[in-house]
Design a protein around this ligand. Structure first.
Ligand code: GP9
Length: 428
């Protein structure tokens, strides 16, 4: 997979950093609350199902003057599903394709968002209403930089939805923890209720479904995501009541798809519903919303981007520099270079750029691959994809090199003060 030189490193650092660009530092000094939403796909945003608004609370959050909505934002996972969505978003590295990254690299720090913010005076906690050992979170989190993990063991789990604590109770019971955190805080919250197969108690079925959608994954998903949206809406109101809203940057994004386009029933229902072929690009399209209180922004950004880009983008907004780790993403607000390489559902070499999707063939033969334009969905000549196909492979190989070097790579770039902190956390 090649070597990774100091020159490459310098180039990557430069590529990801913006000195003073668009919206740089508008969140400086504020708290940062990141909500990673289980199974939140972009197609439900601003969507009316037979006149019923599916996600009214997220929609009004997006319409707020102080929000930026990224509507061509994509998931990027490896073997670790939700946990890889976390890893990629916080570290701006491609996940491992060998094992879930939190398992394979549980003892390693990659100097991601929690560490960077802590170095800048923040307190960083993570909150999730499920078993702490799931996805090896409890072992990996200390090295990811989280100082405390509020898990199922800390919540009063009454009514279970999907795997564990329901989202409404999760948010309600998380509030006292947020209040307890030393300011400025960074809180990473991971929701759960909209987890596949989306079977919720009947009393939460609010959306009136057409007969053909009853008891389907699609129909159940609309109910589940509507419930989660309501939970988020209530939480935002509670943050306002508690006086936390005006001093907190809030980022919300989906972890990964809910409805697989590789499943025949889902693919058919979604294709009928959307009115065009439900393919990888729609499946992997998740929303990212960033709200910075007091700012007049109100913008929709339609550049192609992905979870790799979260770290540099949020650092730019928070006015914080990453002086240690390497980031493979770019600050979406300040780049013209839109590029998303994939390696999981679409195999390595596949990519999405601002105009097209290239899907590498499963037999590994380039000429058997397929490509289509994002807007027209017409086929693209494969010759036009060669350059970005090579780039997709090269980016992933470089990132894998950083993973394989593990903490040694990042640790060697730490100052004395910070390495003490890391040693204290080594080994979880
Ligand atoms: C469990 C939750 C679900 O803690 O995060 O993970 P998933 O099954 O979606 O990867």
């Amino acid at each position: 997979e090649g070597e990774f030189t100091e020159e490459d490193l310098a180039h990557l650092r430069k590529r990801a950093m913006v000195d003073n660009g668009k919206l740089t530092g508008i969140g400086k000094g504020k708290n940062l609350l990141v909500i990673q939403v289980e199974g939140l796909q972009n197609f439900v945003i601003n969507e009316y199902y037979d006149g019923q608004e599916v996600t009214p609370n997220l929609n009004s959050f997006i319409k707020d003057n102080s929000s930026i909505y990224f509507d061509r934002y994509y998931q990027l996972l490896g073997r670790g599903n939700t946990s890889d969505a976390e890893f990629v978003s916080n570290n701006s590295l491609y996940p491992s394709m060998e094992d879930p990254t939190y398992t394979q690299y549980q003892d390693i720090t990659f100097c991601g968002l929690p560490w960077i913010l802590r170095d800048n005076g923040y307190t960083s906690w993570v909150l999730h209403g499920y078993k702490p050992e799931f996805w090896n979170r409890s072992a990996a989190y200390p090295n990811q930089g989280f100082e405390r993990f509020i898990s199922e063991e800390n919540y009063n789990v009454g009514e279970v939805i999907a795997l564990g604590l329901n989202d409404k109770d999760f948010f309600k019971q998380s509030l006292p923890y947020l209040k307890e955190m030393e300011k400025p805080f960074h809180a990473f919250m991971i929701t759960l209720s909209s987890h596949t197969p989306f079977t919720m108690p009947e009393k939460y079925h609010v959306i009136k479904l057409r007969p053909e959608h009853k008891d389907t994954m699609f129909g159940n998903y609309l109910q589940a995501i509507h419930y989660t949206d309501e939970a988020i809406g209530e939480f935002i109101e509670d943050l306002k009541k508690e006086g936390l809203y005006d001093d907190t940057v809030i980022a919300i994004y989906g972890d990964h798809f809910a409805l697989s386009s590789m499943d025949e029933a889902n693919e058919k229902i979604m294709t009928d519903y959307l009115g065009y072929q439900y393919d990888y690009d729609s499946m992997m399209n998740i929303p990212l919303i960033i709200h910075v209180p007091g700012e007049e922004i109100n913008e929709t950004v339609s550049k192609v981007s992905c979870q790799l880009d979260f770290l540099p983008t949020i650092l730019n907004i928070m006015g914080v520099k990453n002086e240690k780790g390497v980031m493979f993403g770019k600050d979406i607000l300040n780049t013209e270079d839109s590029f998303v390489a994939q390696q999981t559902y679409m195999l390595k070499g596949s990519f999405i750029d601002n105009e097209k999707v290239f899907v590498m063939s499963r037999d590994g033969v380039y000429k058997h691959s397929r490509a289509y334009y994002l807007d027209t969905r017409e086929p693209v000549d494969l010759e036009k994809c060669k350059e970005n196909y090579n780039r997709a492979i090269e980016e992933i190989n470089k990132s894998n090199y950083v993973l394989r070097q593990g903490g040694r790579f990042s640790l060697s770039h730490l100052s004395g003060k910070d390495s003490t902190k890391l040693v204290a956390h080594a080994g979880g």
